[in-house]
Design a protein around this ligand. Structure first.
Ligand code: ADP
Ligand code: MG
Length: 729
């Protein structure tokens, strides 16, 4: 009798003890932890010479060019502060196109006379780092022998301290560029897109007379969904370890149909984990706010208070890292994959997005009477036009092999990009389109609850809609198609750039009308109805999952790019190149490199999954099935020896098993064939091969593998089941 990994895992699960109390919240209130590890504005004010502090703040708050003369002073203050916090090393943290973060640590120590050491950190070291760039994906931007890459200090995202068991490190957020100045990362284009949007938005804000505004920020509040499963099961699943998702697993008797998980009581171990994650993020200045159970079993969510898009993006990367790294201490594994389990909800990242002035005004705040908030209507129209005109770019910004399992499946937003404005605003927009301007705004009123002890609740003027990929929710838009494992930099870069283009279009037309002597409001009343009518096809209030909507969307001519290979070509289309080069967000070469990287990434992901599925099929599932076949056959043979009427049910059982194993082996052979066959042709052709041959063959292998799971004796089954992974807390 062998012990399978699964049985060891079950044993481990039932006997493991976890130390849950790791946050000394009684000794140190959480609010005192906030930002304790950040070289924050308060720390900067305290430690920097006044003129240096002011110059740095001008760059951070108003986008003024960085004064190179302040670098030495900032570096010294940063080093002293970090050393007091126990730091021994510093690192330039960057976000290469792997979608992860990368870091190389350098010690502060320099050898000095007399065999001693001194601690040094210069302005030069703060401003520029030089990691070897040759082993990061560059999509052809550089050859391997051209190894030079630079990291450049991003002063707008504060440095912070990461504590390890044996020392702390000063982490400096940076951009990552090639020797030729091309962006090799995700931060640089994001910062460029924020500047592009700021420049165009300022033109409009100024038309409305707000001359004191110096900068417009985009803001982001990303809600992160994730799964937690027991670590013991994770390590018994080669597919989860290698690919982040289960490639096999029969439907459990109970899935999410009882709808008893969403907002349910948070299990004790999970709550302890969440509190630990939050305490760490608080120290790092990440304003986490909300936690709850999500829809699928063992699925959870965390959301922060929104911040400027660059800082919010850095904080999102940190959040994913802390979520992943902390789980182990609680005997858990955090799965950030978009679809770790088939047949139940996947995980996304709702990207809440808005625009805000440096004077604190949210430009997408409609107020109580949006019909007479002209400035809001202008900004809102700009977004609607952008999303309609560049829907394909938004779609490609969320494309990946993993997210393909989610988008368009029945729980996530469909791959068709549409906008839900809510009843009140849709009505206002309809008035603008029909009458030239809006006269009224529907009001929500209040709700009578029928029990006098309960308070009267003010009611919103429109319901919400969970099926829309791009929904207006109060004073922000929520882009819901982003995948849970994504860096939000890409989707926000696209969003900022397409809206910048719309704002540019509107500002140009208004400025010329005004130059010709027209009144601002008159010019707006003439322009908005036209733009809205041209783009109204993207507005949709109904059920985004329904078949009727798919048909309707097709009639409206909205693109429906179902899979990643369908979308990637969009990056190279003329529209995209014109847009991104005009606003200097991506150069043509940078776009080509992103296309190449995304194609390669898709093909590699699918191939790794295919290899892993074939391995599990041949070395885990097939042996279990053959053992069971052997047991059944010997049992029938033994029965025949002593009993002359072997029931047909038993021989049928054997015969069904033999048939299922045969189908399983045939499917596995077909998968291996697809994996070994190399597609000819372009990068894009390779993605099609991966999708149409490898993925389809994997689905077939899985189908028969899952059938075998329902037939083979449970004590022989080698893989932890969905029932175990999803329901053991
Ligand atoms: P829900 O969408 O469930 O109603 P909230 O309204 O609290 O939840 O917002 C969800 C997320 O949206 C939070 O992360 C929040 O910080 C973010 N958010 C709120 N306002 C803005 C804004 N102006 N810009 C960007 N994100 C925002
Ligand atoms: Mg939300």
């Amino acid at each position: 009798m062998t012990t399978s990994l699964r049985h060891a895992a079950l044993q481990n699960y039932t006997t493991a003890k976890h130390d849950l109390a790791n946050v000394p919240f009684k000794e140190k209130p959480i609010k005192d932890l906030f930002g304790a590890h950040v070289f924050s504005e308060a720390v900067q004010r305290e430690r920097l010479p006044k003129p240096v502090f002011k110059a740095l703040q001008r760059t951070i708050k108003q986008g003024a060019p960085l004064d190179p003369d302040i670098a030495d002073a900032v570096a010294t203050a940063m080093k002293d502060w970090a050393l007091e916090k126990g730091a021994t090393h510093y690192t330039h943290l960057f976000q290469p196109m792997t979608g992860l973060t990368a870091e190389k640590h350098d010690s502060f120590i320099s050898p000095a006379d007399g065999g001693k050491a001194i601690l040094e950190f210069s302005g030069k070291e703060l401003v520029r780092g030089e990691p070897d760039a040759s082993s990061f994906p560059s999509g052809g931007l550089r050859a391997t022998f051209e190894a030079r890459g630079y990291t450049a200090w991003d002063p707008t995202s504060p440095a912070y301290i990461i504590e390890g068991a044996n020392g702390a490190t000063l982490v400096i957020p940076t951009a990552f560029l090639s020797w030729t100045g091309e962006a090799l990362d995700k931060k640089t284009p994001l910062l460029r897109s924020m500047e592009a949007l700021s420049k165009q938005a300022l033109r409009i804000v100024k038309l409305f007379g707000h001359n004191n505004v110096k900068k417009v920020f985009t803001t982001v509040g990303p809600e992160q969904e994730y799964f937690l499963i027991d670590k013991a099961f994770f390590y018994a699943r080669p597919d989860l370890i290698t690919t982040g998702r289960t490639l096999f697993g029969a439907k459990p008797p109970k899935g999410q149909e009882m709808e008893d998980q969403y907002f349910g009581t948070i299990p004790e171990r999970v709550l302890a984990y969440m509190a630990d994650v939050e305490a760490q993020l608080f120290q790092l200045g990440v304003p986490v706010k909300t936690r709850h159970n999500e829809v699928a079993p063992n699925q959870y969510e965390l959301a922060p208070v929104f911040e400027d898009s660059n800082l919010g993006t850095d904080h999102q990367m940190l959040t994913m890292e802390v979520l992943r790294n902390t789980a182990g201490n609680y005997g858990l594994v955090c799965l950030l994959h978009e679809k770790p389990f088939a047949g139940i909800n996947g995980s996304g990242k709702h990207n809440n997005w808005s625009m805000s002035t440096d004077t604190g005004e949210n430009l997408l705040e409609p107020g109580d009477t949006p019909h007479d908030n002209t400035q809001f209507l202008v900004f809102c129209t700009a977004v609607i036009r952008a999303v309609n005109k560049y829907a394909k770019l938004l779609r490609v910004s969320v494309a990946s092999a993993a997210n393909d399992h989610r988008l368009g499946a029945n729980e996530a937003p469909p791959a068709i990009i549409s906008i839900f404005m809510g009843e009140q605003l849709q009505d206002v927009l309809n008035q603008v389109m029909e009458l030239g301007s809006a006269k009224t705004s529907k009001q929500g009123g209040s709700m009578e609850l029928g029990a006098t002890v309960l308070p009267k609740l003010p009611k919103h003027a429109g319901d919400r809609n969970r099926t829309s990929p791009f929904a207006f929710t109060g004073n922000k838009f929520e882009f819901r198609a982003v995948g849970s494992s994504f860096s939000i930099a890409g989707p926000n870069t696209v969003l900022n750039t397409i809206v910048a283009e719309s704002l540019d279009y509107i500002a140009t037309s208004l400025e010329s009308a005004i130059a010709a002597g027209k009144d601002l409001y008159k010019a707006i009343n003439e322009m908005l109805p036209t733009i809205l009518k041209e783009n109204a096809r993207v507005l949709f209030l109904g059920d985004g999952y329904s078949a009727e909507w798919h048909a309707e969307a097709e009639r409206r001519g909205l693109p429906n790019l179902r899979t990643t290979p369908d979308t990637l070509g969009v990056i190279l289309e003329k529209d995209a190149t014109d847009l991104f080069t005009k606003y200097k967000v991506y150069s043509e070469r940078e776009l080509q490199s992103r296309f190449a990287i995304l194609c390669e990434n898709y093909v590699k992901t699918v191939n790794i999954e295919g290899q892993c599925a074939a391995m599990i099929a041949k070395t885990m599932i097939l042996p279990a099935a053959l053992r069971y076949q052997g047991q059944l056959a010997s049992s029938i043979a033994a029965l025949k020896g002593v009993y002359d009427k072997v029931p047909a049910t038993q021989t049928e059982l054997l015969s069904n098993l033999v048939t299922a194993i045969d189908a399983f082996q045939t499917a596995t052979a077909k998968l291996e064939h697809a994996l070994h066959h190399h597609a000819e042709g372009s990068l894009h052709d390779h993605t099609l091969h991966a999708r149409d041959h490898v993925l389809t063959a994997m689905a077939e292998v899985r189908k028969f593998g899952d059938t075998l799971e329902t037939m083979v004796a449970d004590d022989l089954w080698p893989l932890p089941t969905y029932r175990e992974m999803l329901f053991f807390k």
